[in-house]
Design a protein around this ligand. Sequence first.
Ligand code: GLC
Length: 550
Amino acid sequence: MGDRWYSEAVVYCLDIDTYADSDGDGVGDIRGLIGRLDYLARLGVTCLWLHPIHPSPNRDDGYDATDFYNVDPRFGTLGDFAELLHQAQNRGIRVIIDLVVNHTSDEHPWFQSARSSPDSPYRDWYVWSDTEPDDRHQGMVFPGEQNETWSYDRTAKAWFYHRFYKFQPDLNFANPQVRDEIKKIMSFWLQLGVSGFRMDAVPFIIELTEPGNPNSPKDFEFLTEMRQHIQWRRGDAVLLAEANVEPDQLPTFFGDASGSGNRIHMLFDFMLNGRLMLSLARQDPEQLIDALHDTPKLPVGGQWATFLRNHDEIDLSRLTTEQRNQVYAEFGPDENMRIYDRGIRRRLAPMLGNDRRRIELAYALQFSMRGTPVLRYGEEIGMGEDLSLRGRDAIRTPMQWSYQPNAGFSTADPEKLVRPVIDKGEFGYQTVNVTAQRSDPKSLLAWFERMIRTLREAPEIGSGSTSHIDVPVPPGVLTHRADGPTGTMVFVHNLGTDDVEVDLSSLEPEADLPIDVLADRGYGELGKLGAVKVSGYGYRWIRLCRGSAC
Ligand code: GLC
């Protein structure tokens, strides 16, 4: 394993409130999660990303904090959290937490004080305007649910800025006190033992908002400052950032113009996410070939975080209208499946018609692309969504552990649950649950365990370099490779439905003893590379050579 743990990590994200409820109050909690760490260790994940853990009125699922130095009492205590860190560490699992500091809840004591008087010590911690800014109705993140980014506050007698919902006033990053406070918050959690942060809304954090200017300047230096700060506090801590911006802007988030990676370690690859969805919808890898060719070069230590599903909608805003419509037609045909004029609020299994072959193909593809894979809870057993719930709640239903009532998530009365369990149809917990899959070697869960274990033998994917193998192939087939000092892996993924043969004989001179390390089925002896068979929706991960043998 290389020096940088995050390059070869498998990240698993979850919401504590929907994962496991230990005390029967209907809300998942830290003790419940501790009880599931063995499950996570067996699955093979090496890092947990916890969605916001702080006290919150929960109007945006915790992305609206009222106290950055505590855990939501519904989840337990700081003591429970320290115990979680210890227990996770014992199993070789690191923990990173969501750091949501672009804004606070409007119920945060800082905002309450700030709005109360122009003389409040916190007044300048937020972004105000005495007059109505011209860009009041621009830059909304949640179209359809939000119609302005500046709102008038009667108590403050001024306009305040909120990039997101009105109840999430933006902090003023031009204020050095705010910057110092954010660093203090990071230090606090690092001191407790977290391995880093998933930083929410980073392009907005560094925005030096000017009323009336929808393109306010950005202060990238703050990212450099934060990086320096955390690295001094804990040498192996990482920043994993959400920065859903145009590709040409991404390098600046990783590092400054000198080419050194002195800012964010890892960025979610939103561009690849859209392209994966489009490729799966079209059954055509063209977009992934483009992705392999035109990914910006990253500074040393810079890493992508790949994902298929997260806790938000699938954001298709970087696709063209025609491309987006193709994805909608395949994966979100009903209006009710779409959200914010740009995305889909569904889980992967239902989008792929619960077709086991396609689900495996999709995840094999994601996990073979350059970067560190991020997996969302429940995807490993093929959970579905509940479209009767509001907005993104559709994909935030409780984890389905067993055949027990409430899917074994909680012993509370069903009406007390934080969100209803999916209990009907092919995705109901009676059919889709951990208990059923745990003992079945053919289950999706068993497949994920195998696939993640295979990654352990393929460090080239996370730490090496990945490229397209440009040879003639049948339609629908993607051939790519990952190269590192540890060796070379070759991947053949068939996005189409026909069984095909792929000629990889040009790789013969490099092949030591090519063997299948993961495939959708037993293909028999691999032998020569001139006729590599792969079924419709099939895939083969082939180790070409290892280390010095290459
Ligand atoms: C990020 C989160 C999203 C949240 C928003 C506001 O985009 O991923 O869930 O609603 O920030 O904090």
